[in-house]
Design a protein around this ligand. Structure first.
Ligand SMILES: Cc1cc2nc3c(=O)[nH]c(=O)nc-3n(C[C@H](O)[C@H](O)[C@H](O)COP(=O)(O)OP(=O)(O)OC[C@H]3O[C@@H](n4cnc5c(N)ncnc54)[C@H](O)[C@@H]3O)c2cc1C
Length: 451
């Protein structure tokens, strides 16, 4: 580590751009940076690239390959004989990791250097070299300092001219408790093994623990829908498999979605299938339920909650799948000057445009470096993490975010400001066209699919 404390712009420009996370958006960012003549260093906490996606590898996504593969990444991959899979069948998480993310990492390592994509490297903190958050003078003239914990237990510090945080939110699931905190007894129940995560491999690897037993799924997103449908398949095969679905809302229709009107047929079908299973009684729906406590009772747990009519309990549960969404890890960014919405924890300009409370259609305009900027110049949060606690992110949105940011970092503001995005319609509703936001790059409305 250098002891240097004064940097010329030319010296700063020599430093790499650190990208945190080797998911689809982090690697697309690296591709754009490389194409623009900048030096990317991608740091991935997992042992393999695409680590988060591999943990839900058994789940089939609902976006066909054309909404996943970044155009610049495709260009980089083409000389290796790689081509984007054709057709409308969406890939599974594992297929995206194996067939796209891994080859892209290999190409980057070959072209931009072996160290341009590193695994087993968890970023634990980002700051400015020699400056804490309170120091203002000369802040922008100091490089970023990225502290990394390697899997061998050693720490290292990397200096960077800019940092793009594409670390996703998969590592920080929301708790079961309805108040944003763990429910009483949730930690003990988790330690005792009753909590199974949002997307267990019910019909594959984890089948044994679900077959012939009672599982409670809590939440109303597509993770919950996937787990419920897989449980229903298992229930058809193994007698005694009971499925209870608890939601905070009084009505699950939002998740049932647009059905055949959805431009992504697999997403439309997910909702339609779920509705049939609830109507047939194969899934027991408990609506208006807010989890408050869990009590272990032998080999089952009782889940307590409140409902409009008063206290409510769900007994005899062997497994609880908390599919209650995710939140961004902001602890590692505590020394940076960020401008985040206090509710959604998304960049402040983006947050009102993706807030699920007001955007039932899931509408978002294309957005790039300006909407994603923070007072800490040269630092950006992108991808799933840019949406903070909002659940509607799509990879294609992230590809456009990082294209714009790489162009801005390379000084090509014209390209950086030309943000474009075409997203598939949900079929749930159609959003008004052409609203004005006051920020040129946020004008020009597009519809975003509900995730
Ligand atoms: C089940 C499921 C289905 C989805 N289906 C779709 C779909 O059909 N279409 C769609 O467009 N989107 C879908 N999404 C939403 C979203 O596009 C994906 O979650 C996507 O993986 C987000 O990409 P990302 O690169 O932002 O983050 P991630 O893929 O989560 O990648 C982040 C990476 O950063 C690493 N990391 C985390 N913390 C650190 C750290 N501190 N230091 C270093 N590395 C770190 C992680 O290990 C991970 O590999 C789905 C999400 C889920 C969970």
């Amino acid at each position: 580590m250098t002891s240097k404390t004064t940097w010329t712009p030319a010296e700063l420009a020599e430093l790499p751009v650190v990208v945190i996370g080797a998911g689809p958006v982090g690697l697309a960012a690296a591709g754009h940076l490389y194409e623009r003549g900048l030096r990317p260093v991608v740091l991935e906490a997992g042992d393999e690239v695409g680590a988060a996606m591999r943990s839900w590898g058994h789940i089939r996504t609902f976006t066909p390959w054309r909404y996943i593969v970044d155009a610049t990444a495709e260009k980089l991959l083409a000389p290796t004989g790689w081509f984007r899979p054709i057709g409308d069948v969406p890939p599974t998480g594992a297929e995206i990791a194996e067939q796209y993310i891994a080859p892209l990492a290999a190409v980057l390592r070959a072209e931009a250097g072996a160290d341009s994509v590193r695994t087993g490297a968890r970023v634990v903190a980002v700051t400015r070299q020699g400056m804490d958050k309170a120091r203002s003078l000369g802040r922008a003239e100091r490089p970023f300092l990225v502290r990394v914990a390697n899997t061998d237990g050693a720490y290292e510090e990397i200096l960077a001219r800019a940092v793009i945080d594409a670390s996703g939110t998969w590592g920080q699931p929301n708790p079961l408790g309805g108040s944003g905190l763990e429910a009483v007894g949730e930690g003990v129940a988790a330690e005792a093994g009753f909590l199974v995560g949002p997307l267990p491999d019910v019909t594959g690897r984890d089948r044994g623990r679900f077959a012939g037993r009672t599982t409670l799924v809590v939440g109303m997103g597509h993770s919950a829908a996937n787990t419920l449908l897989n449980l229903a398949q298992l229930a058809r095969e193994v007698e005694g498999t009971r499925i209870v679905w608890a939601i905070r809302a009084d009505d699950p229709s939002r998740l049932y979605g647009g059905g055949e009107a959805d431009e992504l047929p697999d997403r439309g079908k997910l909702g339609t299938d779920l509705r049939s299973l609830v109507h047939s009684g194969a899934i027991e729906l408990v609506a208006s339920f807010t989890t408050t406590a869990l009590d272990i009772d032998g080999d089952t747990v009782t889940v307590h909650g409140v409902a409009p009519e008063g206290a409510h309990r769900i007994d005899g549960v062997h497994n609880v799948a908390a599919a209650t969404g995710f939140r961004p890890d902001l602890a590692m960014l505590a020394e940076l000057r960020l401008d985040l919405d206090p509710g959604l924890e998304a960049p402040v300009q983006l947050a009102p445009l993706i807030d699920p409370a007001f955007h039932s259609c899931g509408s978002v305009p294309p957005h790039g470096h300006r909407a994603l900027a923070h007072p800490e110049s040269g630092f950006f949060i992108v991808g799933m993490k840019a949406y903070g606690r909002a659940p509607t992110f799509l990879i294609t949105t992230g590809n456009e975010e990082v294209r714009s940011i790489a162009a801005a970092l390379a000084g090509d503001l014209e390209a950086a400001d030309e943000v474009q995005l075409v997203l598939p319609e949900t079929g749930v509703c159609s959003a008004p066209q052409g609203f004005r936001t006051g920020t040129p790059e946020l004008d020009g409305h597009q519809s975003l699919s509900k995730y």
